[in-house]
Design a protein around this ligand. Structure first.
Ligand code: CU
Length: 166
């Protein structure tokens, strides 16, 4: 058997081995990526519209985000919203807001740090409704009306009682 044939066979064997190792590594990669924090739930929910007066954002992940994870908030005009204080508590990522957020659309941009030091970023949008579009508080309105009528009729009631006693 000529030498080049044996050499060739060795090279092919090495190439096949390298290919196998490479595909094994590629198979393992999605598993590694899955080990990182992924957003599972948020408050406000992605794509939702919340009433005026939103005071905080809470994000839940597949694993507790590490210290250094952050939330940034942007307006519909891509301007950073000031006064957003983000922190990690109870295994979730929180951001306290300087209320009230004006009506409009907002974009939450989060960065979750995993325990292995890698960070995963993501973003979603939500909207804050106009205060005028909030349902009219009928029970409170009726209560105030009843109290006003009672207070308003007090002088007449007293006048009547007074006339009777005189
Ligand atoms: Cu990692």
């Amino acid at each position: 058997m000529p030498c080049w044939s044996r050499c060739c066979r060795n090279v092919v064997r090495r190439l096949i081995l390298a290919g196998l190792l490479l595909s094994l590594a590629l198979l393992a990669l999605p598993g590694l990526a899955l080990a990182h924090a992924e957003l599972t739930a948020s408050e406000p929910a992605a794509g939702s519209t919340v009433p005026a007066g939103l005071s905080r954002i809470v994000l839940a992940f597949t694993e507790p985000p590490a210290l250094g994870s952050t939330i940034a908030l942007y307006t519909g005009d891509f301007e950073a919203v000031p006064g957003v204080d983000s922190y990690v508590a109870n295994g979730q990522l929180w951001a306290d807001l300087d209320p009230p957020l004006p009506a409009g659309t907002y974009s939450v941009q989060w960065s979750a740090l995993s325990t292995d030091g890698h960070s995963v970023q993501g973003s979603f949008e939500f909207a804050v409704a106009d205060e005028a579009s909030a349902p009219f508080p009928w029970p409170a309105f009726v209560c105030v009306l009843v109290v006003l009528i009672l207070v308003g009729s007090l002088p007449f009631l007293f006048a009547r009682l007074h006339r009777r006693t005189v």
